[in-house]
Design a protein around this ligand. Sequence first.
Ligand SMILES: Cc1cc2nc3c(=O)[nH]c(=O)nc-3n(C[C@H](O)[C@H](O)[C@H](O)COP(=O)(O)OP(=O)(O)OC[C@H]3O[C@@H](n4cnc5c(N)ncnc54)[C@H](O)[C@@H]3O)c2cc1C
Length: 379
Amino acid sequence: MTKVVIVGGGVVGLAVADELTRRGGLEVELLEKGPRPGIEASSAAAGILSPQGEADQPGPFLDLLLAGYQLFPEAVVRLQALTGIDMRYRAGGMLGVALSEEDEAQMERQAAWQERAGLRLERVAGSQVKSLEPAIDGPVRSAIWWPQTAQLDNTRLVEAYTRAVALQGAALRTGVPVSRFLVEGNRVVGVETPQGRIDADWVVNCAGPWAGFDRSLPFSIPTLPVKGQILQFRTDSPLVERVVKSPRAYLVQRSPQQLIVGTTVEDVGYDKEITGPGRRSILEGVGEMTSRLIGMRPETAWAGLRPGTPDRRPILGPSPLERLLLAAGHFRNGILLAPLTGRLIADWITTGGCPWDLSPFSVKRFSESKEVFHHGATQ
Ligand SMILES: Cc1cc2nc3c(=O)[nH]c(=O)nc-3n(C[C@H](O)[C@H](O)[C@H](O)COP(=O)(O)OP(=O)(O)OC[C@H]3O[C@@H](n4cnc5c(N)ncnc54)[C@H](O)[C@@H]3O)c2cc1C
């Protein structure tokens, strides 16, 4: 039987394992270095599924985000039926609010190219925002409504994937750090771990910001960690109905009692400390939008490491080595893109290709151009 080893048990590795085991006829082993799957960025995320909020121009990346979004409802229904886990998926849309002239100009540029591309959005007058979201009592000049945005509790998504993968027969091994890929000629034939060698017909690197861990490979995988901090408040009843964001912060009502506010975008290495300046910048950002959190203390706070790449696009598909596939660098969109990534990688393994042109996401692009790493807005 064809054996596939997946390195990394974040949401991306889990989604790949899910799709492969669903198709059947394969032996799938997922190796996670941590004590549980999904405890890194995949649990730290805010759970916003917003293709239009994340792209900055039409093109292959926008197409990928839109396809990922379209696939989500089906994945949620299937996972929920299989595992009984309610992931609190809600397609409630997103309200982007402009609080300054600069915000307005930035949002107008985004709205203009999206309208030209035929994407759905609505302009909302500042005076109307309070009737949509009564808690947003800051000086909103204007807003944009993106109906094509959903949210879910990504910690529950990780739980659902973990359960589904086990039910479908994958071997999920935690506490197993892969130290290197085993290469014979131009082909990857397995991985090395402190517990021994594991042979495989295919290996998929889903190691998030650590994806470049094997420096002995003949090419580099330039992923790097981009820290994001989040605060969670306890609310008696929901503060917001839909995702609300400004260019500096966002509010997501995860459950009637859990309000998540974020975030920071920090280039500080593999550090997940909650900091005073991080907390202050988030509180200032949400404080511009609502006065309701003034005087309230966050119930909890956490930080996670987004898997960044020099051009903020994922690295997907074949690598320069045969039988080594890459699914890393999902940056701010790994939750949104997980089900689609699982499908594309499984297509590649089971059919030798996939219906998408993955060349814009090939790791080869980094050896062909000299991109400068730059971060974008929040998420
Ligand atoms: C604050 C914050 C907010 C975010 N909000 C959103 C959002 O609203 N919507 C959205 O779509 N995305 C969001 N993201 C991004 C999203 O969380 C990530 O893109 C996604 O989780 C990446 O998943 P992953 O599986 O690639 O990486 P990870 O979750 O980092 O998982 C990689 C796994 O690989 C394991 N690993 C690494 N090296 C090895 C090795 N050598 N051997 C074995 N295992 C290894 C790690 O332990 C880890 O568990 C957010 C991220 C953060 C931090």
